[in-house]
Write a protein that binds this ligand. Structure first.
Ligand code: FE
Length: 156
C-alpha cells in the first residue's frame, strides 16, 4: 500500500473535481486525444496536479509527441510521481501517479526523445497549469511544500 499525504474520500473528490478531472484522477480514465486543454500549450511554467496542487512537470520538459496528450521527458522532481505496473487492457504499461494524493496522471513509455528516453504521456485533465510569472516564487521549493500540513476537513 502506498501512503499519500493528501487523502480524501471519493465523495470529497467528486465534489472538488470536475467530472473530467474525476474520471482521470480517481478512475484512471483517459481523455480522448487532442481534446485536452494543454496539448498545444507552449507557455513556460509549472504543470501541477489538478487534485492536490503539487508541482509535477516543468514546461521546459514538454515536447510535441503527436499523440494528442501533453508529453514530458521527465517529472519536475522524481519523487513527485509514483510509477506502478499497469497490465490492464491487455497491455504492459507503467502508470504514473501523483505521489502526494494518489491521483492517476497517465502513463510513461520508453520511446521519448530525451537522454533518458522517457515519454510521460499525461492527461490534461489531471493537470493545472501555472504560468511562469505566477510560480516564480516557488522555484527551488520541494514538491508539496506549499500544501497545508493538516488534512483538509472543510466540507462546505
Ligand atoms: Fe496530486
Amino acid at each position: 500500500m502506498s501512503e499519500h499525504k493528501v487523502v480524501k474520500s471519493e465523495e470529497q473528490w467528486r465534489q472538488e473535481l470536475t467530472p473530467a478531472q474525476y474520471d482521470v484522477l480517481r478512475r484512471a480514465g483517459t481523455e480522448p486525444p487532442f481534446t485536452g486543454e494543454y496539448v498545444y500549450n507552449k507557455e513556460s511554467g509549472d504543470y501541477r496536479c489538478a487534485a492536490c496542487g503539487t508541482a509535477l512537470f516543468d514546461a521546459d520538459t514538454k515536447f510535441e509527441s503527436g499523440t494528442g496528450w501533453p508529453s514530458f521527458t521527465e517529472p519536475a522532481v522524481a519523487e513527485a510521481v509514483e510509477l506502478r505496473p499497469d497490465n490492464s487492457l491487455f497491455m504492459k504499461r507503467t502508470e504514473v501517479i501523483c505521489r502526494t494524493c494518489g491521483g492517476h496522471l497517465g502513463h510513461v513509455f520508453d520511446d521519448g526523445p530525451g537522454e533518458n528516453g522517457q515519454r510521460y504521456c499525461i492527461n490534461s485533465a489531471a493537470l493545472a497549469f501555472q504560468p511562469a510569472a505566477a510560480s516564480a516564487q516557488d522555484d527551488g521549493e520541494p514538491a508539496g511544500a506549499a500544501l497545508p500540513a493538516q488534512p483538509d476537513s472543510d466540507t462546505r
